[in-house]
Design a protein around this ligand. Structure first.
Ligand code: ZN
Length: 280
């Protein structure tokens, strides 16, 4: 299933893409897509709905595919070439950090460069949405805990990330720094999360172009590893790292400016497009 949320900002309702690519409304039929609303049990309940009986809608706006998330976890340096371009050694265990959940943004909403920013950057990533409470799970069973997958842009401010002490969260969390969607594609429709092309273009020029097969730690390894340190809950999101081609790694480095356009996609999960705008 491809689930989505549509409507004006803050008033989105859930929907589903039918076999013909029409958006059909699930408004009033299911809880909003967040937390327990995307648990494996909740997804099974959606599967029992006759999609053809739902009204077709033509939304003006597609919002983030999740209304909110309990946690927005991220994995750093999970592609060898990206680690190299940032000057870091490839990690021997997954590097974990987080984004403030208030950065959640729609896939087509503008990305706002925060006040004082000079180093805002892009990161296309495979997003994993957890569907079941996960604690101490093995690698073999880890993918059974996944509700689905989505396209993510882990927008990052490199000066805030590296030059202000403490953790990366400062550079990862500004409002609109988490475009998520357009679709939550359920795990049954993603047979192999390690075989998905992902790419990002800036103003029409491809700058990131890789495949999730190049991840250092697989989705299953990441979930199993994380679950040794914390419990994951339905609706938690894990951004699984970005491949090479970010602005920080360019010579000279290149960062976002108002008027730029980012377009990005993870194969099969839907394309995003964001206009970059200055803070008001
Ligand atoms: Zn990232």
């Amino acid at each position: 299933m491809k689930l989505l949320r549509f409507g004006p900002q803050g008033q989105e309702v859930p929907g589903i893409l039918d076999a013909e690519g029409n958006v059909r409304s699930l408004d009033g039929r299911i809880p909003d897509l967040q937390g327990e609303g995307v648990s494996l049990a909740a997804l099974d309940a959606i599967r029992s709905i006759d999609v053809q009986s739902l009204p077709v809608v033509t939304p003006d706006r597609i919002g983030a595919c999740l209304a909110d998330m309990p946690n927005f976890h991220c994995v750093g340096m999970n592609y060898a070439k990206h680690a190299a371009e940032t000057g870091a050694e490839p990690p021997t265990e997954p590097i974990l950090f987080s984004k403030a959940t208030s950065c959640l943004s729609g896939p087509f909403d503008p990305v706002v460069i925060p006040r004082g920013s000079t180093k805002s950057d892009w990161e296309v990533e495979l997003g994993v949405v957890i569907g079941r409470y996960a604690s101490y799970v093995t690698e073999d069973e880890a993918l059974d805990y996944v509700a689905g997958y989505c396209t993510l842009n882990d927008v990052s401010e490199r000066a805030y990330q590296f030059d202000h002490g403490g953790q990366w969260v400062k550079g990862k969390s500004a409002p609109t720094f988490g475009p998520t969607g357009p679709y939550l594609v359920t795990a049954d429709d993603v047979p192999d999360p390690q075989a998905l092309r992902l790419d990002l273009s800036l103003n029409g020029e491809t700058v990131q172009d890789s495949n999730t097969s190049d991840m250092i730690f697989t989705v299953a390894q990441i979930i199993s590893h994380m679950s040794q340190f914390m419990a994951l809950r339905p609706g938690d999101v894990i951004a699984t790292g970005t491949p090479s081609g970010v602005g920080l790694g360019m010579k000279p480095p290149k960062f976002l400016k108002p008027g730029d356009v980012m377009e990005l996609e993870v194969e099969g999960l839907g394309r995003q497009r964001q206009d970059v705008v200055a803070a008001q």
